[in-house]
Each structure stands twice: as C-alpha cells, then as structure tokens.
Design a protein around this ligand. Sequence first.
Ligand code: SAH
Ligand code: SF4
Length: 387
Amino acid sequence: MRDKGHWTRDKLQEQQQWQYLDVTLRKSDLNHDDIVYLLGLQGAEKTRLFEYSSGVKEKNVGNKVYFRGLIEFSNVCLKNCLYCGIRRGNVLVNRYNLHMDEILAAARFAFENNYGSLVLQSGELETGNFVRQVEKILREIHRISGGKLRITLSCGEQEKDTYRRWHDSGAHRYLLRIESSNPELYRKLHPQDGLHSYQRRLDCLYSLQNTGYQVGTGVMIGLPFQTLHDLAGDLLFMKQFDIDMVGMGPYLEHEHTPLYAFRDQLLPVEERLQLTLKMIAVLRMLLKDINIAATTALQAIDKLGREKAIQVGANVIMPNITPGRYRDDYLLYQNKPCTDENPEDCMSCLNARIALTNNEIAYGEWGDSEHFRKKGTRDKGRGTSQP
Ligand code: SAH
Ligand code: SF4
C-alpha cells in the first residue's frame, strides 16, 4: 500500500502535468518540441487538446462546413509513388478517363445541390493533350454553372505555364501534398527514377503560390519510417509556407504497392486515426483561419472519422461525386468507403452526419480560405463574386 506522502506527490505531479498542458495550449507560438509533446498526448489530456482546438476553430472560422464535390476524372498516372494504388506500375488497375459529359453531369449535380465548389482530381500527366483537356473541362464547367462553382484542381506537378493556363481557365485553388516535408522520408516514399524529386514538388508549390492560387498541401500520417518529429516538421512547414488549405489523412496500405512490404511497421489503424485528429487539432492552433479538409481516408478507418475531424478543427468535406462505376478503379488505398454509392446517397448520409456534430453545412457558399483572403493575394481568376 502506498503512503500518504506518495499520494500527495502523485497528485502534485498530475497537477503540474495539467498546468504544463494548459500553458502549452495557450502559447501563441508553438515550437517543434511543443508540437511533438501535443502529438504524443493520450487519454484525458488528448481530450483537452481537442476541446481547445475546437474552440480555436469556432472562434476563427465558425462552425460552417463547406462542401467540395470530388470528381476523380482520370486514374491514368505517369508517376510511381510507392504508396499509391493507382501508380503506373500497378498493372491490375483498369485505367479510365471520364467523358466530358460525365464530368459535366457530376458538376451539374454539385451545382444543383448547392455545393459551392468542386475538386477535380486525377493521376499525373504532363502531356500537351492532358493540359488542354483540363483547360477544356474548366471552361465547360464555368460555362454550365455561370462561373458560380469554385474549382480546385489536384493534378500533381506541372510546369508553371500550365498552372497559369489552368488558373486563367477558371481554377482558383490547387491541392498538392508535400507528402512529407522531410526530404529523406520523401525519398523513401518515392522511386529514384528522375520523376519524383522533393525539390520539384517544392518548386511547384511556390509556382502555384506565385500564380495566385489558394494553395493547399498535406501529408500522409502513420507512414512507415515516419516519426512524431517528422510530423511536427510537417506542421511547421505548412506554417512557414503560409499555406491556405490543408488536406491530410492517415496512410492506408494497398496490397499492390511496394510500401505494402512494410505493413508490419505500421501503427494500428485506430492509432493512425487518433494521430491524424491530433495533427488536425494542432494545425488549427498553428494556422487558425485556413481551410482544413476532413479527408475520405479518415472515413475508411472509422465511419465517423470525418465528423471527428470536423469536431477537432476541420471545416471542409469532399463528398465523392465521381460516377459510381469508376470508383473501384480509383483506389489510392484499399477499403476506400462508399465506392458503391451514388452521389444522392452520399449526400443524404452526409447531411445527417454533419448534423450530429455542432456544425452546419454552408450550402451555396464558396468557402474560400479566410487566410488567403486576409493575405490579400491577387486572385485574377474568373468570377469574383459570391454565388
Ligand atoms: N496525382 C495527384 C492527385 C491524386 S493522389 C497527386 O499525387 O497529387 C492524391 C493524394 O492521395 C496524394 O497526394 C496522397 O497523399 C494520397 N494517397 C495516395 N496513396 C495513399 C495511400 N495509400 N493512403 C493514403 N493516402 C494516399
Ligand atoms: Fe500518381 Fe498521385 Fe498516386 Fe503518385 S499519388 S502515383 S502522382 S495518383
């Protein structure tokens, strides 16, 4: 049995721990060590972090959730990222390009259902044909929606001129994940074939920023070889880069990828989920007014994964509106949720889910990044007024 002295010492220690946490949470400038400490929190302390970040979110961006209808318009990819199910080397994938009328039907669905924005995502190609095709898609969507749908592109690394052309054709936001801000880890996740350079990715992010896009980046969480120090570095990278939007989610293994060989080294999926939520919470504290997506990969682990992310700091959801018959061919990772659902199912399900959190869906609003707006960066794109 422990004596009274022990009991007092334990109590004191506990009190000091809580004090330390509260002081850290209130710091205006979290440093690397603070972030590593916060990412390591468990139990009631972790809950305190989540409550705190939820307050930061409410105070800075309110409780609105913005929808971006996600159209995965092509799975043809020239890259061979070691983690990705649609990498060039996976010969088991049926490759597809959506027809223009399929893309426009999905865009019309988003428009008629009052989604403020679309995300057009694909594998990565840098051919003239691909560049022109994306331009055409952007102009057609602009035409059928009267410029009222905000468009985000996520088509990988491109030349500066291509980014400029797409921006001129109506894309205002671009998502390009850094995947890992540690160049050494980046190298372990990509083949050394001259097509996957960390420096090029950085250069692309700078090009996007200089072109006038709202720029989004992100990382995968729970990768083999990744440490809490890497993740803290990722968050500080986003802050230092002064990013406008972030989409980050758990890494999920895919059987037909080289990284699958390291699956034994992974955290259990529930821990990957919790770590992702902590990353979102700390990011919200670091960059209070950016847009943060609750990614689909979260939902693959936990049916309520995205809602949990909304509660701790995220404010964007990307319902998948790709025509159902293509969904099984766009598996970046396995167990991707809702691949057999149509957009209408997806939507009624989401309405109910968001109502469960204390948030509301901002129908018909673009939901541009507040952070970007405040920076006052020029935005030369089409359609400058709210629909
Ligand atoms: N080709 C484009 C867009 C499609 S991939 C690009 O690479 O930017 C979009 C994102 O999916 C990638 O940035 C990566 O972070 C994520 N992704 C790929 N494979 C994944 C996996 N196995 N688990 C979790 N996310 C993955
Ligand atoms: Fe291609 Fe993107 Fe997958 Fe890399 S992550 S293989 S670029 S689709």
